[in-house]
Design a protein around this ligand. Structure first.
Ligand code: 9D3
Length: 231
């Protein structure tokens, strides 16, 4: 899949570009990430992307023109030969969006192209939301300074569901066991660390007994820390 991000801070995405899974996915061609600087689509000397709200009030609003021009330019420049434009959805990262979940990540991961628009200031002009944006996504109920970190979170979360990216490693593991529960406790060597012991059952070699213990631990931990997941 292609992900194209419209942002006033393209440099922030260096944080994920060179790293591990992201890098691998880009190298093997399953994912390609494009960064588009919104200020490149302004025409004034200050390269301004925001303006004062009609009707008054505090804060600034993102102007429609640079956003419309950026998304149009991306669609045109990323279209593939005679087959034309990619099947794409334009996503606004916004505190007012639907909350990111596994099922949303899975839905988005099967698109050919996602165009992610990172919001700033009080938000975007409403005509952007209604005419340009297919879906708005929030990563949770806390206030951040803009849509860049949420876009990175969304990319990271959906990457594992892009067909081919994970070579089956994690996906099968997640399906098989304790779906919708927290994980059981993990231990590695040494057996005795500063007097703290690894539970005997894990050293027993009895795999049925170990599976039973892990299931019970996962359940107890979920009941204690995330009872909402059990109902
Ligand atoms: C202080 C301004 N707020 C008034 C109640 C509204 C507001 C506008 C823009 C709050 C935060 C932001 C910037 N955040 C995002 O663009 C954002 C976000 C977030 O803040 N939390 C969780 N998910 C997301 S997705 C985009």
């Amino acid at each position: 899949m292609r992900v194209d991000v419209v942002t006033i801070f393209p440099g922030m995405f260096d944080a994920i570009l060179g790293e591990s899974m992201m890098k691998r996915a880009q190298e093997n061609g399953h994912l390609s990430l494009g960064l588009w600087d919104l200020r490149d689509y302004t025409h004034d000397s200050h390269r301004s992307v925001d303006d004062r709200p009609y009707g008054g009030g505090p804060g600034m609003v993102m102007k429609p023109q640079p956003l419309f021009d950026a998304v149009e330019d991306i669609k045109q420049k990323t279209s593939e030969g005679p087959s034309g434009q990619l099947k794409s959805q334009t996503i606004l990262l916004s505190p007012q969006g639907e909350k990111l979940t596994t099922s949303l990540a899975q839905e988005l991961a099967v698109q050919e192209q996602l165009i992610m628009v990172c919001g700033h200031y009080e938000g975007v002009d409403e005509r952007v939301r209604t005419e340009l944006i297919d879906r708005s996504v929030s990563i949770g109920d806390y206030v951040l300074t803009g849509g860049e970190l949420p876009a990175m979170v969304l990319i990271d979360a959906l990457m594992r569901y892009v067909p081919g990216v994970l070579g089956h490693e994690k996906a099968t593991e997640e399906e098989s066991f304790a779906q919708g529960m927290l994980e059981y406790p993990h231990y590695t060597r040494p057996q005795d660390f500063k007097g703290m012991q690894v539970p005997q059952v894990l050293l027993s070699g009895d795999h049925e007994e170990i599976a039973r213990w892990r299931k019970e631990q996962a359940y107890l931990r979920t009941k204690k820390l995330r009872p909402d997941l059990l109902s």
